[in-house]
Ligand binder design. Structure first.
Ligand code: GUN
Length: 295
C-alpha cells in the first residue's frame, strides 16, 4: 500500500534543495545573493525563535539575511521609518515584519507601509488583492505550503470538493481563494466553514480534501469525515505529556490516530504543513531577487 502520510519535512527539504541550486546559479554568475530582512519589535520569545529559524533556513540555501531588532518601546512612527528605509534600500530584496507587534502599534498601518514588491509574507493589501484577482503575487506562507504539499503528493484537486475549516486572513480565506481559482493545481469546489457554520458535519462529511485551520486541538474526529478523504492539518497545539522528556507534545486540529484510519492521505503534526511555511519565505525572496512578480 502506498504510504498515506504526507511527509512535509521531506517535501520541504526537496524544495529547499531546488531553491539552493537556483541561488547557487545566481552567485555563480557573480550576481548578488538574494537578501531577506526581518524586523523584530520587542522580546516575545516565540517571535525570536521564529526569526532565528528563518535566519538559519536562509543560511542553509545561500540567501543573505539581516535582522532589525527594535526595542519593545519603539513607536509606530519609528517602525514605519525603518520600513521606509528597507523599502528604499536596493540591497534588500524582501523583508518581513514579525507579528504580533506590541499592543501600542497598529499592525494594519504598519503592513500597509511595506512596499508590495518587497512583501515576501504576502500580507499587504496589494498582494492580497492581486491573489484574489488571479494576478502574480507573493502567496503567504501557510497557503503556499498547502498548495505545494498537495501538488508534490500528487493529490488531484481539480473538480474535487475542498472543505476549509477556519476563515483567518493568513490561512482559511487565502487557501479558499487559491484552490478555487481557474489555474493548474486548483479548480476545486471550495466550501469555507467557520465558527458560525450550522451543521458543520454535513459539510466535513462531503469533503474530498479537508483543510483544518480552526485553531482547536483535535477538533476533527473520525465520524466527521468520509472514507478516503485527504486531510491537511494546519493546527499546532502544545499539550502536556509526561511520557515525553520535554513534558509536552504537539498535536494538530485533527484527532490523528482515528482520522488517519479513514484518510487516504494525511499530514502529520509535527512534520506536515509546519516545515513548509519557512520554505515559502525563501521561495518568495528568490522571486523578489529575480523581480519575478513586480518588474
Ligand atoms: N508570526 C507568525 N507567523 C508569521 C508569519 O508568517 N509572518 C510574520 N511576519 N509574522 C508571523
Amino acid at each position: 500500500m502506498e504510504n498515506k502520510i504526507i511527509d512535509g519535512k521531506a517535501i520541504a527539504a526537496e524544495l529547499k534543495k531546488e531553491i539552493a541550486q537556483e541561488v547557487a546559479q545566481i552567485i555563480d554568475k557573480n550576481q548578488k545573493a538574494p537578501h531577506l530582512a526581518a524586523v523584530l519589535v520587542g522580546n516575545d520569545p516565540a517571535s525570536k525563535t521564529y526569526v532565528s529559524s528563518k535566519e538559519k533556513a536562509c543560511k542553509a540555501v545561500g540567501i543573505t539575511s539581516s535582522v532589525y531588532q527594535l526595542s519593545e518601546n519603539t513607536t509606530e512612527k519609528e517602525l514605519i521609518d525603518v520600513i521606509q528605509f528597507l523599502n528604499n534600500d536596493d540591497e534588500i530584496d524582501g523583508f518581513i515584519v514579525q507579528l504580533p507587534l506590541p499592543k501600542h502599534i497598529n499592525p494594519d498601518r504598519v503592513i500597509e507601509t511595506i512596499h508590495p514588491a518587497k512583501d515576501v509574507d504576502g500580507f499587504t493589501p496589494t498582494n492580497v488583492g492581486r491573489m484574489q484577482l488571479g494576478m502574480p503575487c507573493y502567496v503567504p506562507a501557510t497557503p503556499f505550503g498547502i498548495v505545494e504539499l498537495l501538488k508534490r503528493s500528487n493529490v488531484e484537486v481539480e473538480g474535487k470538493h475542498v472543505v476549509v475549516l477556519g476563515r483567518s486572513n493568513i490561512v482559511g480565506t487565502p487557501i479558499s481563494i487559491l484552490l478555487s481559482r481557474k489555474a493548474e493545481g486548483a479548480n476545486a469546489t471550495v466550501t469555507l466553514c467557520h465558527s458560525r457554520s450550522n451543521d458543520l458535519i454535513s459539510f466535513t462529511k462531503q469533503a474530498d480534501i479537508l483543510i483544518a485551520a480552526i485553531g482547536q486541538k483535535e477538533f476533527v474526529k473520525a465520524d466527521m469525515v468520509k472514507k478516503g478523504v485527504v486531510i491537511i492539518d494546519v493546527g499546532i497545539h502544545r499539550v502536556a505529556d509526561s511520557s515525553n522528556e520535554k513534558g509536552y507534545k504537539i498535536v494538530g486540529d485533527v484527532d490523528y490516530e482515528p482520522v488517519s484510519k479513514m484518510a487516504s492521505k494525511i499530514t502529520p503534526v509535527p512534520g506536515g504543513v509546519g516545515p513548509m511555511t519557512i520554505v515559502s519565505l525563501l521561495y518568495n525572496t528568490l522571486l523578489a531577487s529575480k523581480k519575478a512578480i513586480y518588474k
